[in-house]
Design a protein around this ligand. Structure first.
Ligand code: NAD
Length: 514
């Protein structure tokens, strides 16, 4: 049976999910198919453990997270091997996920105490001088974490650290397509003897929906379609949700850019992870004077890409397989639609020689916005490149999208870069680089338009988003009674009204009530 058939097949039965490597079809592991009853049981256990976890404080919680990082490093080959086995990616794309884990754990544990410290706030207005104001961050008790298949380790780890360090318990549900890595990593949490505040539920959309029913806050990464369902249900339950959804990231190359660097950035940004990244370069707009040179360099670099699932640890290929047959069919449809409407394929354009699960890295030119490859998320190894007359046309086209996750702008003129980046409608702009904004943990990574709600990372926000803000207002001097307490006494109330007017007005006429 081919990998494609194995992958498109539902679970062998309703109790076990058999996971097959997309690249070669071999069976690489199984997990139980868990459902709403399992979710309810797990939620109850997590809630029971959370108060003690919160009481530990950020320093102790960080200590557990850093022991988890030690465990990850001690098990690196096995965990990265699982990422590769269940996605069919290249070793280099799989290994990046461990780097993300290291960065995220070190950043948030290194700053947890500062991010979660009580905030002393100055009071506003003379009468409030007698009050001491403090804002305290208290975690949601149970956070639900639902993730997609393109980053089995990188996806959940980006969000779980902020939630755990905040003091929440986390009920996580990895994608049913790639559940092995995250199950193993959560086993690692238990192996190090950390408090039982992290659970991994392996199931499909039904289990995901059950998570939304149980938790106090949802962190979701995945498709717009599912994100919308989760937001609707979260709205009904009146719980917050943070959504990281699809993208159609635009890259703008101006005539004064370093074309060699821009071409290299486009190829890496478009092909990394086989193009299966929400922040992939999905479409490129190039000013006419440098279009042909840019295209020639991109084609040369794409031709040099080695594709295949290399041996673990060998770093022998750049990109691997498509993780799901359904996604591969979307890529095929986008290329066929573009060709039917007049685009030319300069390299690639079909399934690869390595097998049915591989789609060749592909460059398309003569594309326009009537084509699906310029409007819908492709999530595959394609680079459609469009010639534009000037920067204004590039901006108009970049903003002509339902998505607004990330973007990039390539120019040697720093003032122009600053001016134009403020006109791009996307959550981030990388200048003279691709994708890189997403790895800057001190700044927010958030989607505009249909690309999401809220943001991940963003310094303290990456932890505080898992907290409720509690205001504590304390009287410095506690008199027997306040002037506005009962009974209402006319003379006292009139005097108070005069004082309020005197202090609040901005000119003498109004101060004195004349
Ligand atoms: P998906 O929406 O189909 O599934 C994501 C997760 O949601 C899975 O775990 C799934 O089981 C679960 N789910 C499905 N139905 C559910 C429901 N009704 N309620 C709750 N959970 C449910 O997405 P996918 O196909 O796995 O992933 C690809 C998508 O993810 C792409 O659109 C990509 O752009 C997006 N993505 C976004 C980011 C980002 O940070 N913005 C990162 C990676 C991937």
């Amino acid at each position: 049976m081919s990998a494609t058939t194995e992958q498109s097949r539902p679970a062998d039965d309703r109790t076990e999910r058999r996971v097959h490597c997309p690249a070669d079809g071999r069976h690489v592991g199984s997990v139980p198919v868990q459902g709403p009853a399992d979710v309810t049981t797990a939620a109850r256990t997590l809630r029971a453990a959370q108060p003690a976890w919160e009481a530990l404080g950020p320093r102790e919680r960080s200590r557990h997270l850093r022991r988890w990082l030690d465990w990850l490093l001690d098990n690196e080959a096995r965990i990265v091997g699982l990422v590769q086995a269940e996605t069919g990616k290249s070793w280099s794309d799989s290994a990046v996920e461990m780097q993300v884990a290291i960065d995220v754990i070190n950043y948030f544990t290194g700053n947890a105490e500062r991010f979660l410290a009580d905030r002393k706030v100055a009071s506003a207005g003379l009468p409030n001088k007698v009050r001491k104001l403090t804002v305290v961050a208290r975690p949601y008790q149970l956070v639900g974490l639902i993730t997609p298949w393109n980053g089995p380790l990188g996806g959940p780890i980006m969000d779980v650290v902020g939630a755990l360090v905040a003091g929440a318990a986390v009920l996580s549900k990895p994608s049913e397509v790639t559940p092995l890595t995250w199950s193993a990593v959560v086993d690692g949490w238990n192996e190090i003897g950390a408090p039982p505040v992290l659970a991994c539920l392996t199931g499909d959309g039904e289990a995901g929906a059950a998570v939304v029913e149980e938790v106090d806050m949802v962190m979701f990464t995945g498709s717009v379609r599912t994100g919308r369902k989760i937001a609707a249900r979260a709205g009904e339950r009146l719980i917050p949700c943070s959504l990281e959804l699809g993208g159609k990231d635009a890259m703008i190359v101006l005539a004064d850019a370093d074309i060699e660097r821009a071409a290299g950035g486009a190829v890496w940004g478009g092909m990394m992870n086989g193009g299966q990244a929400c922040i992939s370069v999905e479409r490129v707009y190039v000013e006419a004077p440098v279009h042909d040179e840019f295209v020639a360099k991109v084609v040369e670099k794409v031709r040099a890409i080695r594709q295949g699932m290399d041996e673990p640890g060998t770093y022998a290929t750049e990109i691997g397989a498509m993780v799901t047959p359904a996604q591969l069919e979307i890529v095929e449809r986008h290329v066929a639609d573009a060709e039917a409407k007049g685009a030319r394929v300069l390299v690639g354009g079909k399934r690869g020689a390595q097998g049915d699960a591989f789609f060749e890295p592909t460059v398309l030119v003569d594309v326009d916005h009537s084509m699906a490859c310029m409007r819908e998320e492709t999530f595959g190894p394609t680079l459609p490149i469009m010639k534009v007359g000037d920067e204004y046309e590039a901006l108009r086209l970049a903003n002509d999208s339902d998505f607004g996750l990330s973007s990039s702008l390539w120019t040697r003129d720093r003032r122009k870069a600053d001016r134009l980046s403020r006109l791009i409608e996307a959550g981030s702009v990388s200048i003279n680089n691709a994708i890189i904004a997403v790895f800057q943990l001190p700044v927010p990574m958030g989607g505009w338009k249909q690309s999401g709600l809220g943001a991940r990372f963003g310094g303290a926000n990456g932890v505080l988003k898992y907290c409720r803000q509690q205001s504590i207002v304390s009287e410095r001097i506690a008199l027997k009674a306040e002037p506005n307490w009962y009974p209402v006494v006319r003379s006292r109330s009139e005097f108070m009204a005069k004082v309020v007017r005197f202090l609040g007005a901005h000119d003498w006429k109004r101060r004195l009530g004349r």
